[in-house]
Design a protein around this ligand. Structure first.
Ligand SMILES: N[C@@H](CCC(=O)N[C@@H](CS)C(=O)NCC(=O)O)C(=O)O
Length: 209
């Protein structure tokens, strides 16, 4: 098994945190996104989507997408459960994870990539080139603000995003909140539940990655 990572990128950090929570050892190869290594033929042949994270299995199968990779690792290493302990929890983890990706991660990503000089011509992740659209900068920020407000409401009555256990949904949200620093969007003072949760999940050893 080989994990294609990029130490400075948020999406593979989701898998790094997951692996650290599981306490497993997975060999890692760094992909230099800044210098476009993900667009070169060698990596493109592994993952035609040209994104990290990716996980190459011993039979040559390559899995991409954080959620797919983590679902596979959960099946191999069920303890501790990070994808939900019951059918309902498993569904809730998927529901919240999708919501966080659609609102928070997309919002922060759009706001950052459509503004940063480093992403001129690379406004969308992946194999194709897309121009920046300046109007998406404030729209993405607004999406991220709403994401934080909605999550704060959820965390008012839940220790973690899905009840009383740390899951993949918390990992995706943690990475999103930390990435929001790139667009200078801190947790608003009014979001006290979100702040309590963020302090708690950031203190886990896995979050240091
Ligand atoms: N939904 C995907 C997102 C993957 C993704 O966008 N990864 C970024 C790094 S955070 C990437 O590979 N970027 C390459 C690029 O900028 O073209 C996942 O979670 O696996």
């Amino acid at each position: 098994m080989l994990f294609y990572d990029c130490a400075t990128a948020p999406s593979p950090r989701r898998v790094r945190i997951f692996i650290a929570e599981k306490g497993i050892d997975v060999p890692v190869q760094q992909i230099d996104l800044r210098n476009g290594e993900h667009l070169q033929p060698e990596f493109r042949a592994k993952n035609p989507d040209c994104t990290v994270p990716a996980l190459e299995l011993d039979d040559g199968t390559v899995l991409a997408e954080s959620l797919a990779i983590c679902t596979y690792l959960e099946a191999l290493h069920p303890e501790p459960p990070l994808m939900g302990r019951t059918d309902v929890e498993r569904a809730q983890v998927l529901m919240w994870n999708a919501r966080i990706e659609r609102t928070g991660l997309s919002g922060v990503g759009e706001s950052f990539r459509n503004h940063s000089k480093g992403f001129i011509g690379r406004a969308v992740t992946g194999s194709e080139s897309f121009d920046q659209i300046p109007q998406l900068v404030p729209r993405g920020r607004r999406m991220a603000e709403l994401f934080m407000a909605n999550l704060d409401e959820r965390l008012a009555s839940n220790e973690f995003i899905v009840g009383d256990a740390f899951t993949m949904a918390d990992i995706t949200a943690l990475v999103t909140i930390d990435m929001a620093a790139w667009i200078k969007l801190p947790i608003p003072a009014a979001c006290e539940h979100l702040k309590r949760w963020h302090d708690s999940v950031s203190a886990r050893p896995s979050a240091r990655t």
